[in-house]
Write a protein of this length. Structure first.
Length: 378
């Protein structure tokens, strides 16, 4: 495939042009058109950045032929040929494509007036002067840089209870209140296919953070927003932090933060973490979200009627098995997908129902709810 072929492609297929990602030669560039696989395999690839319209480059061949390395959203990812063969591609400008709806397209179709300015019905008791903030995001979004910029020398590093995964905590103060920041492992999704994903999922589900900050890369929103949408399924106490705005500017990328906030239904703040740009505005947004001074209206994905019916039927059973659980819809969806065997095992054993009772309110009293969850020695 050469430049000539790329220039020719607009509205018609080119004879001999590659049809799938597996057919690209090293150094060639194309755009994802359609993902043919379904279920968890499809979800996983989209989490990694293989969404319709995104540019992909074949960068490294394996002498054995499999797997092969592709570059997407600035990250190199190895794919087996069987997966690459199910990713259809097109040449030329992605604006000329008519891809299937993406998460961003769903955001656009669901755009509505944001009601966050309205006061919350139940503001938190401000005698509770410590808020717990979860820090989530894809790898390489500048999450650690933001963590260091916020907490400085007030940090503690250890391991998550019962895990070999590093646990970093830090603190800062704002408006006379103390904020404990828990840095979750960098992850592309919450499907719990790795220990890192399981740790992040468990803390967001049962750690009861007062606010979850999701860090996204301004130069690669098409991949990072998949995790944002997954977290919005779990909690509406979210602030989206769009980092690396300086890098985006250098690449000619403009991010409409106001429109993104309206479509996601939660606060969106732009920062350049390494230079401290935007951190005061960011801290203010986190404070108001944690103290429940605003009423977010998070975007929740609409599903096919058959799937929605199955979710509606399963939610009461989840609530029966786990009294008081605040995330029954998300858990029901994961159980229907069937890939999160760890979650199913915990529900069948009744562990999560017991653990949920231990987390109590978000007023920590100096005890970490995640550590309380692990008293049983999981």
């Amino acid at each position: 495939m050469g430049t000539k072929a790329a220039m020719l492609y607009q509205d018609q297929a080119i004879e001999g042009a590659p049809a799938t990602l597996a057919e690209l030669r090293t150094g060639d560039v194309a755009y994802v058109s359609t993902l043919q696989m379904q279920g968890l395999a499809r979800r996983r690839l989209m989490d990694l950045g293989f969404v319709p319209g995104v540019k992909v480059k074949a960068v490294l061949d394996n002498p054995a032929g499999d797997p092969r390395v592709y570059e997407v959203c600035g990250t190199r990812i190895a794919l087996r040929r069987t997966d690459a063969e199910q990713i259809e591609i097109a040449l030329g400008n992605p604006a000329a494509l008519s891809p299937e709806p993406t998460a961003d397209a769903a955001c656009a179709s669901a755009c509505r007036s944001c009601s966050m300015a309205a006061p919350a019905d139940t503001p938190i008791d401000l005698d509770h002067t410590q808020f717990t903030i979860a820090l989530a995001g894809n790898p390489n979004t500048g999450k650690s840089t933001l963590f260091n910029a916020l907490t400085g020398l007030r940090q503690h590093v250890g391991n998550w209870p019962g895990k070999t995964v590093t646990r970093a905590e830090g603190a800062w103060e704002h408006q006379g209140f103390s904020f404990k920041l828990v840095d979750l492992p960098g992850t592309y999704s919450l499907l719990s296919t790795s220990t890192d994903e399981e740790v992040a999922r468990d803390f967001l589900l049962f750690g009861a953070p007062d606010c979850t900050v999701v860090v996204v890369d301004a130069t690669c929103l098409e991949r990072n927003l998949n995790l944002v949408l997954q977290i919005l399924e779990i909690t509406d106490r979210v602030v989206v932090c769009v980092n690396l705005l300086d890098e985006a500017k250098r690449k000619g990328i403009q991010v409409d933060l106001k429109t993104l906030e309206q479509r996601l239904g939660v606060p969106v703040v732009g920062v350049v973490a390494r230079d401290g740009v935007g951190l005061d505005t960011f801290k203010e947004a986190v404070f108001h979200m944690a103290a429940r001074h605003m009423r977010p209206d998070p975007l929740r994905m609409a599903y096919e009627p058959e799937l929605q019916q199955a979710i509606d039927e399963l939610v009461p059973l989840v609530e029966l098995a786990m009294p008081g659980v605040p995330n029954a819809r998300w858990i029901a969806l994961r159980l229907i997908e069937g890939g999160d065997t760890r979650l199913r095992e915990e529900i069948e054993k009744g562990l999560l129902a017991e653990d949920e009772g231990r987390t109590g309110s978000s007023s920590l009293g100096g005890i970490d709810p995640f550590e309380r969850k692990n008293i049983k020695g999981r």
